[in-house]
Design a protein around this ligand. Structure first.
Ligand SMILES: Nc1ncnc2c1ncn2[C@@H]1O[C@H](COP(=O)(O)OP(=O)(O)OP(=O)(O)O)[C@@H](O)[C@H]1O
Ligand SMILES: [Mg+2]
Length: 332
């Protein structure tokens, strides 16, 4: 990669993003470190859509914030590598990381309200991103911003640029954030529960929009959600997280047809709440493990209907069988 140019393919044919042994921890009151992400590995190929699913607290957001190098204190990355196009993002200096963030990898967050600056117009916020990464005139940045807004389905985009966030509905604000994310045509878009704050009809529209952008622009997508059924509609592959670890990973068809990890099977059986925003799943008995109180063995063992002695004693390794990877002593 040149100092200012966009990162180009490394030519090795490897994945676009490869997360290896990623760990995120917090300093605990007694001076130790409590880990919330405990060795996460998965890859995303160029143009691929990957769903990351799991209940609240499984470490989905922290993992993605670590990839973007956006973790705020007291969270910090305590191990692993994040290979993007052949280089470790965790080893880059902040200036180079800033050049990649928003240009090569963009992220959309759960809450469109707090991700937009209420004091600036939508257009200003999009053009700021464009001008941070591209040497273009103000007029050209505005043209790109209008084009992005139009691309995410906002009509009269040219006029809408001068609107403030409060003049947009929740769904339109989420669209504006997506417009901001794609304005520089990133190669990877990370969408962290982009539909949680929205009503069901609008949720479906945002999911469709992300699927469409991925198809039309060839952007790889990581789509984070509680809801396996929702992500399964638009992704190629599903990564299931539990207790800060990947417990299963594979092509969506294989996961839907025959999940091997009992947790995935239970997630699949969860019927999403159709009357309001998708909240934490309640259909699985018991609660996820608390930070600092992780079981020594499989984190799911206290809730697992198939638990045996080995599950309590030792964490099963993530092993590959055919196209799936799963971490379970008693795969289904
Ligand atoms: N700043 C923080 N200080 C202490 N603990 C934190 C902090 N941020 C997150 N955690 C904890 O780390 C764990 C993982 O959090 P994370 O936000 O990654 O979960 P998640 O899978 O994204 O959940 P959700 O689906 O609710 O968004 C949780 O137990 C959470 O409470
Ligand atoms: Mg989260």
């Amino acid at each position: 990669m040149s100092g200012t140019g966009r990162m180009e393919g490394s030519g090795t044919g490897g994945p676009l993003l490869r997360i290896e042994g990623l760990r995120v921890g917090f300093r605990s009151a007694d001076g130790g470190v409590v880990e919330a992400v405990r060795g996460v590995d998965f890859s995303v190929a160029a143009g691929e859509a990957v769903g990351v699913v799991g209940e609240s607290g499984s470490g989905k957001s922290l993992s993605m914030l670590a990839v973007m190098r956006l973790l705020g204190s007291p969270a910090r990355t305590t191990g692993g590598r994040v290979m993007f196009d052949g280089q470790d993002l965790l080893a880059l200096d902040e200036a180079r990381m800033r050049a990649i963030r928003g240009r090569d990898i963009a992220m959309v967050f759960q809450d469109p309200q707090s991700s937009l600056n209420p004091a600036l117009t939508i257009g200003r916020q999009i053009t700021d991103v464009v001008r941070a990464h591209r040497q273009v005139s103000g007029a050209e940045a505005r043209r790109i911003a209008a084009e992005s807004l139009e691309r995410v389905g906002i009509r009269d985009a040219g006029k809408r640029l001068d609107a403030y966030p409060h003049e947009f509905s929740g769904g339109m604000r989420q669209r504006a954030l997506i417009a901001m994310a794609i304005a520089c045509r990133p190669r990877l878009l990370i969408a962290d529960e982009p539909t949680t704050a929205l009503d069901v009809t609008v949720q479906a529209q945002i999911v469709d929009l992300i699927a469409e952008l991925r198809r039309d622009l060839g952007i790889a997508v990581i789509f984070i959600s509680h809801n396996l059924q929702l992500v399964a509609e638009i992704v190629d592959r599903v990564v299931v997280m539990y207790g800060g670890k990947v417990v299963e990973d594979g092509p969506v068809e294989a996961i839907e047809l025959r999940p091997r990890h009992p947790y995935t099977g239970l997630l699949q059986a969860c019927v999403p709440n159709l009357t309001g925003p998708v909240g934490p799943l309640v259909a699985i008995e018991g609660a996820p493990p608390r930070l600092g109180r992780m079981p020594q063995g499989c984190p799911f063992s206290p809730r697992c209907p198939h638990v045996v002695e080995a599950c309590i004693e030792e964490m099963p390794p993530l092993e590959r069988e055919a196209e799936l990877r799963f971490a379970c002593w008693r795969p289904q």
